[in-house]
Design a binder for this molecule. Sequence first.
Ligand code: DGJ
Length: 714
Amino acid sequence: MVCFLSIATTLRAWEGNVLISTPNTSIILSATEGQQLRFSYFGERIEENQIHQVFDSWAGFHRPAYPVFGTSTYEISALHAVHADGNQTLDLVVDKVEQNPVKDAILTVITMKDRVYPFTVKMYYKAYQQIDMIETWVEVSHNEKKAVVLKRFDSGHFLIRRADVWISSLHGHWGAETQLESEPLVGIRNGLGDHSEVMFSLDGKPQENSGRVIGAALCWSGRTKIRVDMDDTFGRSVHSIFAGMNEEASEYKLEPEEVFTTPVLALTYSQEGIGGASRNFHRWARAGMVHGCDKPRDILLNSWEGVYLNIKEPEMDQMMNDIASMGGELFVMDDGWFGRKYRRINDNSSLGDWVVDTEKLPNGIQGLTDTAKKYGIKFGIWIEPEFTNTKSELIDNHPDWVLRAGSRELSCGRGGTQVALDLCNPKVQDFVFHVVDTLLANYPDIAYIKWDANGELLNYGSSYLPKDKQSHIYIDYHRGLVRVMERIRAKYPDVVIQACGSGGGLVSYGVMPYFDEFWVSDNTDALQRLFIQWGTSYFYPSIAMAQHVSASPNHQTGRVVPLKFRFDVAITGRLGMEIQPKNMTDEEKDFSKKAIATYKSIRPVIQYGDLYRLISPYDRKGVTSMMYATEDKSRAVFFVYKMEQFVNQLLPRIRMAGLDPKKNYKIRELNVAPGANPCFLNDRVFSGALLMNTGIELQLEREYASWVLELTEI
Ligand code: DGJ
């Protein structure tokens, strides 16, 4: 037992080792006072009396847990600081270790101090006691005479034994977000694309329900970097994984006494393949990393693809009436409702001027919330508060409130005029808070906000930040955003807020604790959504994934897809519609009404169930399939989609997952297409064992045919 360890729980250190455990996983750190902190193990749960087995079997890494730059320059570092006197090196040793219970978790804090400089690093590991997730982050501070410049500041670092390790990551662009890529992990990689979440399959090619997997999510909405180094020194080769804010153009001048806190790096480990790691992420998300998961999500109609910017009171009334009569619960008025001096007729003006355009909406927002009430539904509204247009009253009055590179001309985004507000500036933070506060205080019936963000931080310059701290922009902007969200959530905990970063390409656990859901993609094409939603589901739970039924031909791809297939694809997440109902036939409205009623009956299974992915669309087997099962395995909903049709096509037999082999389940086909008969499995009873081991045969003989099967324990 090391004497400097303060213990407030049953967790104890063993011979200088710190054991950090969740129900099924453990990390072991070797923390001896006066020595470098070492990362020794990450894998299945180890009990205290088994720690020595990890070392005896040579399974321990025993490498620096948080490598710092300078004294061992052969190592890639997680932290690089330049001291006030210009010295570029750090040499950190363990000072103390504390383990204490906090809400739902055990928090381990390891304080490290530089041997020479008054420079302190605290490493935090928060191990959930009901969920297999360990969050880690770092706090840096110092007492030097002048500021210290932080050049690199990773949130965490861990190791994986080199073997047949595969990496799965998400890349994407507008309309083709979260495209999944899995490839063998070799060599060094920098900047893994758009998403700051990644999975490592330790036993070769990723398998859904078997094999060891480490999942990592960096919880930061700004620029991130995940780096993988390959180290063959000392005979035992490892991959060294570093994850943190992207330090490029972002060196940070840390003042004496100031504390620099890195974002959280969330780590999970599963022996149940990629699927097991996903389910851990989903549980963790629903336990607080996504806001408001205690409430099931409403079925909505969003006006965007129905009317785009042509918001008008009669159309809003008609759309509310239509969604209400189809059984929907919420109507969301999208872009186009605002602007006084500059009206929002197209996308080149008015962002920032959040006042109603009374030519379009003579009775204002109050008129709309009254109408929603009349139809018995809730009302939601679109805003894009982090941005403005050069044609806006806001920029006329506050030209210094936007990010701007000194006297250079502004680089503009959407509409040729869109620019980002300078959220580093507390006055701008106040403004953004007041946009939301004013709307919600004046119209307490607003139940939902769609918070859009269709742009990049293009102009690298802040008139608020001092000259020598311009390189803080990417960091301070996102800290400013989080500050605003904290204020909004303190006052309005119950309003549902959607994060819409021009589609889902920008979703991040850095902001999801404040947002209830996110718009998965601007691409609503059902076929392409199967790929996008599949990738997104690696890390994000269904309850947070906004999935809308839209028109056919689809507005993004022109694809013609049956309404049933569009519904069947959308109902795997938070269901919505994004369509002009007045252009639908009566038969289509009738089908939609039934599909919405059906969704209500399975909503708890979809929004709170465990996800089991069965056949990937990326495997090009002609079909893709997934299912949700309740934790007690008494109910499940199974989905299969035919993606292409060939004569004499070999389709796989699908083996289900997540059921109880000993239980018997009755199958009922849901959303049967108008005029069609239910499939041959309908009304039959099968054991969980048969469904999972032998599997089911498919009879899907048309492109875009699909089945939704409800399984109920009998
Ligand atoms: C981009 C969003 O993703 C769309 O859904 C829509 O809200 C538009 N912006 C509005 O400008």
